[in-house]
Design a protein around this ligand. Structure first.
Ligand code: ADP
Length: 298
């Protein structure tokens, strides 16, 4: 049986409704996985449409964590996220199946709603930073061991973790010593600020949101955990930024602390280090600038 027939059988079992695939089409835009849209065959009683990621067996944990992240965000009803349907392995492939959402450019108030809905999601809090499981950021492991101490969590599981990977890849030099110094001095950036453990998307760059046909914002491809909401906001500003209405609406709904601008380079740094580790030395300049920027304010 082909992987598509096996998938159709799995979807039918999980949903309890017949499902046969009429056609599958590759969906572009992803940076990591092969993604497809599959359309059910109305002649066989199944006109539903799903979005699928397929990868090799090693991707099974990554997909399970992605599905768990989507479920966690979905359960808040604060913002639309694709509802996961099933995930696991079939034959020699790993897969995750989720609701297909026809993503478009949105309406005039969609960016405002994105700000409001993200703020509403960030109001969902945990008593600890981290999560009940580890996941990935891009394809890099992301450790979410729960902690009551945000500074310790961010230092160890975010910065130091990426710095270790960078060293293993041979990156070194003065900037690495500066980054270590930054890790030692982190508390200086939190002297009058106590972050709460907000539910985060975790990888909120402009390629990971869109708008459904009704103009409602949708976020997807998460690296979910509970942490300082400023980290999600810093990520939105990393590659091109989000529309101005998004920031206005977010700040109206859930104002950011006045010290956010001082911590922004710190929170960008995690993602920049991850890009350095995943995609190479083209990110070195931005990494070094972020480290230097953090050090000027402490
Ligand atoms: P990757 O894990 O490879 O980065 P993404 O999750 O970003 O993949 O998905 C790739 C592209 O597919 C996205 O840029 C988006 O346009 C589209 N997409 C993602 N999720 C859905 C969905 N549930 N329904 C429809 N299209 C989706």
């Amino acid at each position: 049986m082909s992987v598509w027939s096996l998938l159709a059988r799995e979807i039918a079992t999980v949903t309890g409704e017949p499902f046969a695939i009429a056609r599958q089409r590759s969906v572009g835009g992803g940076s990591i996985n092969a993604a497809y849209r599959i359309d059910g065959d109305p002649a066989q009683g199944s006109d539903r449409v799903y979005f699928i990621k397929l990868g090799n067996l090693a991707a099974v944990d990554m997909y399970a964590a992605e599905a768990a992240g989507l479920q966690e965000m979905h359960a808040t009803h604060a913002i639309r996220v694709p509802q996961p349907v099933c995930w696991g392995t079939l034959d020699s492939s790993a897969y995750v199946v989720m609701e297909f959402i026809d993503l478009g450019r949105g309406r005039s108030d969609s960016a405002t709603r994105l700000g409001q809905h993200l703020a509403a999601m960030h109001r969902h809090e945990s008593d600890r930073f981290g999560w009940h499981r580890h996941n990935t950021i891009g394809s890099t492991p992301q450790v979410n061991s729960p902690s009551h101490d945000w500074i310790e969590f961010y230092r160890e599981h975010r910065l130091q973790f990426q710095l270790r990977l960078a060293r293993r890849q041979g990156y070194d030099g003065g900037w690495m010593q500066d980054a270590e110094r930054l890790c030692d001095r982190l508390p200086a950036l939190f002297s009058s600020y106590q972050p709460t453990a907000s539910l985060l998307h975790g990888d909120l760059w402009s390629g990971n949101y869109g708008y459904d046909p009704a103009g409602q914002p949708v976020i997807f491809d998460p690296a979910t955990y509970y942490g300082d909401r400023e980290t999600d906001m810093a990520m939105t500003e990393l590659f091109g930024g989000f529309p101005a209405e998004f920031y206005r609406a977010y700040n109206q709904a859930y104002p950011l602390d006045s010290g956010y601008e001082l911590r922004r380079p710190l929170y960008k740094l995690y993602h920049l280090l991850n890009h350095l580790n995943l995609f190479g030395s083209g990110y070195m300049g931005q990494v070094q600038r972020a480290v230097a920027q953090c050090l000027t304010s402490i």
